[in-house]
Structure formats: C-alpha cells, structure tokens
Write a protein that binds this ligand. Sequence first.
Ligand code: ADP
Ligand code: ASP
Ligand code: MG
Length: 437
Amino acid sequence: MKVLKFGGTSVGTAQRMKDVAKLIVGDRNIIVLSAMSGTTNSLVEISDYLYKKNPDGANEIINKLAMKYYGHIEDLYTTDEYKQKAKEHIKTIFDYIRTFTKDLFTLFEERIILAQGELLSTGMVNLYLNELGVHSVMLPSLEYMRTDKNAEPDPVYIKEKLTKLLNEHKDADLYITQGYICRNAYGEIDNLQRGGSDYTASLIGAAVNADEIQIWTDIDGMHNNDPRMVDKTAPVRNLHFEEAAELAYFGAKILHPTCILPAKLNNIPVRLLNTMEPEAPGTLISNATEKDKIKAVAAKENITAIKIKSGRMLLATGFLRKVFEIFENYQTPIDMVTTSEVGVSVTIDNRKHLDEIVDDLKKFGTVTVDSDMVIICVVGDLEWENIGFEASIIHALKDIPVRMISYGGSNYNVSLLVRASDKKKALQALSDHLFNK
Ligand code: ADP
Ligand code: ASP
Ligand code: MG
C-alpha cells in the first residue's frame, strides 16, 4: 500500500480534482488531500476578522468563498444527484462556519474554522469518485490523527485507530483522508501547522508501513535552489533522508520540515511528484547517498544572531552549558552555533523571549544581536574527507558579507548566515557557481 498526498494546487480547481482522480483510481492506496489552494488562507482571514470582532468582514469572505465552492460543484459533477449531494456537503460546512460569527472567538474556534478546508476538499473528491462508480472510503482524520500533550503526534494511537478503520473497510477501492487536521491530547480539533498535510502523509505511511509515500505538488520534484527566487534551477533526482530533512527545515517549501522523520525512522521512500506532469521522474528520497555531489541550497528567513563575547569565561568548563541553559529556560531552540576562544555565536528564529535572553546572557559577557538574517543551507555529500566543496561554497559567496559559517555538524550540510537583504544574491551566486557552471 502507498500513501499519496496531493497539495492545494493539485486539488485547486474542479479540473485538477478530475486529474487527481485519474491518477489515483485503480490501486487500493491511501490518498491524503489538502484544502483547495487559497482556502486555508481565506479561513485564516475569516478568523482574523472574528478575533477583531468584525462579523461583517468575516461574512463577506465566507460568502465569497462559498460562491467559489458552488461554482466548483457545477464544474465537477455531471449528475443532478451528485451536484445535490455536494451542495449539501458544502452548505453544511459553510453554515457551520457562519455559526462562529455570532459568539466569542478564541484559538479553539479558530482551529475548528481552519479544519474546514480539508473537510471541504476531501468530501468533494470522495463524492466525485463515487459518481464515477469508484468505491472510495473516507477515513476521517479527526478519528485517528492525534497529538499528545507536547503537541507531538502520538504514533501508537494513530496506528491503532487507523488500522481499525482500514479493517472496517477492507472492501474499499481506495481511501481518502484529510491532511493537516487532527485532534490534540484534549480531544479538541487542532492541526499539524501550515503546510502540515505532508506530515499527515508521512505519519500515515509510518502507521501502515507503506511501500512508498508520494507527495504530489505543482513542481517536478525538489529543485537544487528556490525556483521562486533563483533563475535556472533544476530538479534533484535523488536525496538522502538527511539531505531532504535539512532542505525542508531550512526553507525548501516543497516539503514540510517535520515530514521526513517518520519516513526515515521506518525507512519508507518518499517520492516528490508533479501533478501537472505525472510522467516526470520527480525526486526520490531514501537511505541511499550519492558520493561527491552538492545537491541543493535552501534559505531560512527571520533569523536572529546573538554573540556572547567573554575572554574570561569561554575556556572555563560549563560556560557553554550555562549559555545554552538560558535558551532552554525560555524554550527557544537554537539553529546554528559557532565558537571561538573568546566567544560564541548562536542563531534563533523565535524572538519571543529575545529581551529576557539577552538580559540573562549579559551576566556572562558582552552581547551583540544581529536581526534580519537568513541561514543559507548547502546540502549534499559534505563528508569531511571530501575536498574542495567548502572552498567552492565560500568562493561563490566572495562578494557577500557572511556573519557565521557552520560545518561538520553532519555529513550533509554547510550553513552560512548572511543578511536578509543579501539572500537572493547569495542563492543566485551559489546556483551559478555550484550547479550552472
Ligand atoms: P503544496 O500546496 O502542493 O503543498 P507547496 O506550495 O507547499 O505545495 O510547495 C510547492 C512549492 O514549493 C513549489 O511551487 C515551489 O515554488 C516551492 N519551492 C520552494 N523551494 C523549492 C525547491 N527547492 N524545490 C521545489 N520547490 C520549491
Ligand atoms: N491546507 C493547509 C495549508 O494551507 C495544509 C496543507 O496544505 O498542507 O497550510
Ligand atoms: Mg506544502
């Protein structure tokens, strides 16, 4: 059994839903769907109006969104019977969303609203498949996808509930389920963060020990640089799990940062494929490494660098522990670390407790903060005994001020910190020097 996840653009119109149906019919796989593209953003906007106690603003967006969906129904279904069924499905959901315009609005209600996008799209595709005569069965995510008290997925619960649901519907031609949405440890409706449908797919893949997890999107696989920023990017055919995880974490939007881990732990290959070009080979993510190759570059924004300079203390045992403890006390993860004999620099992306952290650090040395930075992450076979790779990376950036360089933490990456204003230039320079010579 495979798990196939289709993202927002892949189900973004009635025609796209029809194309997805052609790709999935014929095999008894689990199909994970995102909301139609733009829907989750509209639901965020609706919630924003409701937080601001502006029900008129919210209603305007709700009505516009509902009209779009009624339009999709006309395009998607052929028979009056199924048009009617789909209209009822959509009406029920929009009526429900409208109930939130009348009462107190909190995070709890917001999460319920955000969950409606995936409920809309999966219901529509399921009905469409039924209209085609396909016996597709809906596996409601809210019945098996669950996070624990630390907001981490609960793999034991997920496996148990999902296996039970699958066993109850052994005669299905295929299964449809919602990406992104889940329940939390308190049984409330919650989600796996924006872009989290990829995570749903890999959690399901791990739970059912799938042969493969396929992430279908609007591009022919992981490119060697961000195609939204850089000219002449090209797809990478093979990635190691670690390389893919680094790229996803450091900003390659095609994959949700957390999505690789469940696949890696269970050694399930992940294939990135293009719905608009299904024959393209895409990218295969697996346990295999390719020797002597730099694969790709990604960038993570909104990074803050903090330097603590203290000639007196760095060599003393326990200095680094004390520094790291401060970040831990404020639940602020550190991304990059570089050290010298007189100081240490770290980067964070969560600035919530920055002032308190800086205050506490001042006990140990002189503290400098650089905001608006980006981490540029270069990924590939960067094992230390390979020669020349670090030199070409640094050479590519010879005209750009680099604030930190981190290498040797893994065999797979070099990270560099530059100003946000130099991001595009740095990414393009790396593409030109490393890939497009
Ligand atoms: P989906 O809605 O299917 O989840 P996303 O928009 O989340 O799709 O991810 C696909 C997009 O990721 C692509 O359209 C592309 O613009 C962007 N992207 C950013 N970096 C990369 C990269 N290195 N390789 C491929 N796509 C990338
Ligand atoms: N619909 C959600 C979002 O837009 C989840 C996803 O598409 O992965 O973030
Ligand atoms: Mg995505």
